[in-house]
Write a protein that binds this ligand. Sequence first.
Ligand SMILES: [Zn+2]
Length: 470
Amino acid sequence: MTVTSKFASAAVAALLVSAVGAQTFAAEITPLADETVETAKAIRDKALESDEAYEILASLTTEVGARLAASPKEVEAQEWAVAKFQELGFDKVWKEPVMVPKWTRISESASVVAPFAQPLVITALGKSVATPEGGVTAEIAHFATYEDLEAAERSAVEGKIVFISNRMERFRTGAGYGPAVKARGAGASMAASKGALAIMIRSIGTDTHRLPHTGGVTYDEAQPKIAAVALSNPDADQLVRMLGYGEAVSVHLDIQTTMEEPVEMFNVIGEITGREKPEEAIILGSHLDSWDLGTGAIDDGAGVAITMAAANLIQDFSETRPYRSIRVVAFAAEELGLIGARQYAEAHKDKDMDKHIIGAESDFGAGPVWALASNVNPASLHVVDKMATVMGPLGVVRSDRKAGGGPDVGQLARAGMPVMDLMQDGTDYFDLHHTADDTLDKVDPVALRQNVAAWVSFAYIAAEWPGYFR
Ligand SMILES: [Zn+2]
């Protein structure tokens, strides 16, 4: 295969003048070589025949399993990732340190005491404090939404266990998550500010199975910290029905957890080194940690597998490395608050963020990619459009939505890196997300191949095109 670097110096043909706010600027359009597009198509087609991503995912979820951030299992996952990058023959493999607080789930139980005594299926939210030893028993103060709790008088909440019952709506884009998840993130401190003893929320999930969804709680340091749990959807329905009888409903809640001092974890990074501009990199992001209930297959083992396999397919395709480097970053401790990605952005922001050419993240399960969004300069839009064309046969359309880069890679976007979103179909994602049901059998190998095919189309063209997206 001949290389396309001759175009690096031939980037003069056209000028694009664009108005951004009050300022007008002109930018050179760097052409994208036909050969680059043809090679991308060939690698795309190879990806559609490869089960490498599935094999990587099976390896991670079987050999490591659940990998709660800062736990010994995350350490195992890091060792697994280093070994996997090496086994796949990445040119460079390294780790960058991240300090992560160590939260541990010890035990959890809940039951209705009155009027209809029976057990409830719950799980502690990540980072939740414990209830006092022996648990708490109190009347439920029910709110339909977080906003209703926010508007409530202290007298309606004080001394009670708050219950927020809003149900997350199902969307292909996952758009129901944002409005619903507020109850999980901020509900505890809002309830505590009004004197609540604990908080129970309906799981942030779209399923009807009796498995609660965990996920992080974020405490406001100005408020007392109270225990926070999620009920499975059927258990939340059960409580709502009981409240419908018009009598006080009281619940006993006992969760035991610990929070220890931060420990050193690592972002694990594997790179295919570019032949012309090795110091410049395309970033393919995902996160290596998972919650402790399932085996983290869809969140985010799939993302780790898709990005690793995509980079590896590109390097396997030819002896020649792409024009610039492809860097696969498996971030640490995403679930505890994007800790690995924040650390990466901080460490690189003044050092070499300008060498981070463009990035994207796979962290929305294993559903097929259906749209491509970007946040790049106007002079590089023709390249993004061409990527979308290469992805077209995979069922991917060009989206005019502004890309955010995802939770982790979004941290790098804030530090100035251009990003793209390979938007996945998340219709079913929140049936499984953060539950014990997040296991390998839920992943469709055909959809996983399609993801890798979309990712190689993006990554190869971005790495081979000599122009810039910022
Ligand atoms: Zn995730």
